[in-house]
Each structure stands twice: as structure tokens, then as C-alpha cells.
Write a protein that binds this ligand. Structure first.
Ligand code: ATP
Length: 445
């Protein structure tokens, strides 16, 4: 994990937030490559959820919803984790995660392991961030930052049913920020207080719920495999009945073998009819499906939910590699080409050679209309290749003396390091073809 964090910082993927003020420890800012990586992952998720199917529509609901939404959903009453305080070191821990926590004293141990540790009894701590709506703080002005995007979907069920003219089974997908006042944030982006969720609520006839639940576990697992995550690092863990939320009729975590061990990457839940029924009760608006022949029922809901942050840590861990080439060590991020922040680098071999520079610039301008490409003429070519390896750029096109003589360029492959020449006029088409090809990581399982 330390190596990934340091690479992310060095290459400007992710910075600790508010660093010049000493940092906040629980939020992060994304730099240029981090934004590109995040946007690509989001785009692949959107493609799989919306563009490749006929039965899911998009939504972008507000962060601040009517406070009653969170009463109906059960969050006001029950969205809490058990908290313990240490009277000695004054730190707070999640009672159910003491194994993963570190005491404030040195050498660090688990809370409770020092004889001086003095832990309180666990008490429930609500994870929702409170805020005030409007200029005056008064009764009724209290609101919350959403801790999940799902509720924004449930309260729009009727709108989508009527206006988008859908009938179950159909889904509503949304990507957006969620906020949780986590007791112990940490492990880089894995547990943060502000994160971007990608959730999809799939409304189905009650009798089909179990079948769709299994279907979505498979679909989501396949999505990770499609984008190159190693199969051996993924597993599905089904929750036992004691672990499930009160509304859940079945929950499975898709876990990834993070540097911290197997942990939840994505959750797939069969939420039954809990949410629509509760919002019907609290809002008095009937949230149900009425068919053309008069049949009516409250659909059941299957929900795959994940954060971009957890995917980013998984993808980085899966892609990170070090190898010795010749005498040199190189660090390389072996991203799937459709996820890599930069698809190709355009490199004139000699920055002072006007012919090479103008040819390279022309190629760059042509390619950037369609692809995320980067032009770089700064430093020795070996250093430039290593820089592109570290940000995970799958291909580099180099313009050299021969280019000026015969209009060919070299293409260098990030993973195999193979180099071959091709006509400069065929680069755009070649890049398009390469991007379409199936890709598998060369990293061993
Ligand atoms: P955990 O048990 O790890 O706290 P959870 O089961 O409460 O997670 P869910 O409520 O199921 O998480 O949230 C759905 C998804 O949102 C998770 O699978 C995870 O990908 C993501 N997620 C939840 N909390 C965080 C967080 N604090 N930071 C980053 N991602 C998060």
C-alpha cells in the first residue's frame, strides 16, 4: 500500500486533502491522472449499466434530500457503528474493527493490548453528517449529507415509472458523492469520509428477486474481469443472516485481495420491498407498479453498490508492478487500456530537432481529437518511457530520424516492451484497433 500511495502522489494521481493546512486525514484530492482514471472507470460502469442495455436509465439526484427521507430509510435511527473511546490515548475506534485498528501509543498495537488501555463500553455513533438548510438555524432546518445515493433513486421511482415509461424489471443508475462520518477512516482511499458511489437499483417482480440477485452478482464480477482484474484476487462472500441489514433478504460482497487483506469492494443486496414500502408509508405517495391489466405490486429491489475509491485502490493494487529490464528497475502500472488515464504518448526522440517536433505535434493533434494522448519532449527518451510506464500508458509512439525519411514511427508496448514500426498515417486506425482488443494482464495470478 505504501508504494501505491507514494506513486499516486509522485505522479499526481491523488493528494491528501488540505495538505498545506496539515491535512484532514480522511479526504483526498484527485490530480490530473487521478481524474482521468476515475472518469474512465465511471465511463466503463456507465457503459455496462446504461449504454449496453435497454432496461436501465440514469439519474442524478440531490445530495441534500428532505430529512424525512432518512427517517423513512432507517438511517436516522440505525445508520451507526459501535464506537469505543480510549480514556488513556483519547482515540476512538470502531468496536467491530478493533483487529484492524492501531492504538495511539508506540510501538503501535491493537487498542486494548497495552495494560494502560482503558476502553469505554461501545455506544452507537450515527455516521451521517448533519448540516443546516437555509440562513437561520432553527427547528426544522436540520438536514443531512446523503450517506448513500440509493435513497435519491427510491424517491424518484414514480417519476421514472411514469415519465420514462418503464415496467419491472428495470433499473435506475446513479453516480455521485456520498458522505459518511467514519469513525476510523484509513487505508488510503479504502475508507474515506467523502466518496463517490456508483449504485444501481433494479426493480423486479417479487417472484424474480432471487434470480436477479444471482444475476447481478455474476454481472458485476464479470465487469471486473472484463477490465483485467485478476480472478484470483476476487471472491464473492455471502453474508450470513446475522450480518445482514434488517431490510436485506440476501447480501453478497464482491471482495478484493487488497494489500490489507480480503475486503469489501462492492456489495450486491436483495433489499426486498423495504425501501419502496417505507417511502410509501412516510410520504403517503404510493410507490408501486400497476400493470396495463390492473395487476399491482411493490417491486423488489436488487442493488449493486460500489465506490470509485474502492475500485481505484483495487485497480491500482492489481496494476502495480516492478521489474528489472536490462540493468534497470522499472515501475509500471499495468492498467487495462480502456481504464488507463493516458492511452498513448507521442514522443519526438530529439526535442531540439524541429522536423521531429513538428511531425510529433501533428500526430498528437490528430490523435487527441479521439483519444487521451500526451505529448512529451522533456528529457532523455528512457526517462520519458519510464514516466509513461509509471502512469500506466499502454502505448508510446516515437518519432525519430527514420520518420523524417520514410514516414514510419515506432510503437512501444508498455507490457511486452516490444517495439515495431508502422506508417505514421496508420497510427490512428491502429490505436483504435488496439483499444478494441481483449486485454489480459501479464501479471501472474
Ligand atoms: P463497510 O462495511 O466497509 O463500512 P458498508 O457495507 O457499510 O462498507 P455499503 O453501505 O454497502 O458499505 O456501501 C456500498 C459501497 O460503498 C461499498 O461496497 C464500498 O464500495 C463503498 N463504501 C462504503 N463506505 C465507504 C467509505 N467510507 N469509503 C469508500 N468507499 C465506501
Amino acid at each position: 500500500m505504501d508504494k501505491i500511495v507514494s506513486l499516486c502522489r509522485r505522479r499526481g494521481f491523488v493528494f491528501p486533502s488540505s495538505e498545506i493546512y496539515g491535512g484532514l486525514g480522511s479526504t483526498y484530492d484527485y490530480g490530473h491522472y487521478g481524474v482521468l482514471l476515475k472518469n474512465n472507470i465511471k465511463a466503463r460502469w456507465f457503459e455496462a449499466m446504461i449504454f449496453e442495455r435497454d432496461d436501465i436509465v440514469a439519474l442524478d439526484s440531490a445530495v441534500i434530500l428532505h430529512p424525512r427521507v432518512w427517517e423513512a430509510s432507517g438511517h436516522v435511527e440505525g445508520f451507526s457503528d459501535p464506537l469505543v473511546d480510549c480514556r488513556t490515548c483519547k482515540l476512538r475506534f470502531r468496536a467491530d474493527k478493533l483487529e484492524d485498528s492501531q492504538c495511539g501509543r508506540k510501538p503501535s498495537k491493537r487498542p486494548g493490548e497495552f495494560k494502560e488501555c482503558d476502553l469505554t463500553e461501545p455506544r452507537q455513533f450515527n455516521l451521517m453528517f448533519e448540516t443546516t438548510v437555509g440562513p437561520v438555524q432553527e427547528a426544522g432546518s436540520k438536514a443531512f449529507l446523503r450517506p448513500e445515493t440509493a435513497q435519491g433513486i427510491f424517491i424518484n421511482f414514480k417519476n421514472v415509472l411514469q415519465i420514462a415509461r418503464r415496467r419491472p424489471p428495470f433499473g435506475i443508475a446513479q453516480v455521485g458523492k456520498s458522505f459518511r462520518n467514519e469513525i476510523t477512516p484509513g487505508n488510503f482511499l479504502f475508507r474515506v469520509r467523502e466518496f463517490e458511489q456508483m449504485e444501481m437499483e433494479f426493480f423486479v417482480p417479487p417472484a424474480e428477486a432471487e434470480q436477479w440477485y444471482r444475476y447481478w452478482i455474476e454481472q458485476r464480477l464479470d465487469w471486473y474481469l472484463r477490465y483485467g482484474v485478476r480472478r484470483s484476487r476476487l471472491r464473492v462472500r455471502e453474508h450470513g443472516s446475522e450480518e445482514r441489514s434488517h431490510y436485506s433478504r440476501g447480501t453478497s460482497d464482491i471482495e478484493y485481495l487488497y494489500p490489507i487483506g480480503w475486503s469489501e469492494l462492492e456489495g450486491v443486496a436483495n433489499r426486498g420491498d423495504f425501501d419502496l414500502k417505507r417511502h410509501t408509508e412516510f410520504s403517503t405517495t404510493k410507490l408501486e407498479y400497476v400493470g396495463p391489466d390492473g395487476e399491482r405490486y411493490v417491486p423488489h429491489v436488487i442493488e449493486p453498490a460500489v465506490s470509485l475509491e474502492r475500485i481505484i485502490v483495487a485497480v491500482l493494487a492489481d496494476a502495480y508492478d516492478e521489474e528489472v529490464v536490462g540493468e534497470r528497475e522499472r515501475t509500471v502500472l499495468r492498467f487495462h487500456p480502456q481504464i488507463a488515464p493516458v492511452t498513448a504518448a507521442i514522443l519526438p526522440l530529439i526535442a531540439k530537432d524541429e522536423g521531429m517536433v513538428s511531425t510529433a505535434r501533428r500526430l498528437y493533434e490528430e490523435l487527441r481529437k479521439r483519444h487521451a494522448v500526451e505529448y512529451d519532449d522533456n528529457g532523455a527518451i528512457g526517462r520519458r518511457y519510464r514516466r509513461q510506464d509509471e502512469i500506466g500508458t499502454p502505448w508510446a509512439f516515437t518519432i525519430d530520424e527514420q520518420t523524417l525519411a520514410d514516414d514510419t514511427v515506432t510503437i512501444r508496448d508498455r507490457d511486452s516492451l516490444a517495439q515495431e514500426r508502422l506508417p505514421i498515417g496508420g497510427v490512428r486506425e491502429r490505436l483504435g484497433e488496439l483499444l478494441e482488443q481483449d486485454w489480459q494482464t501479464p501479471k501472474p495470478d
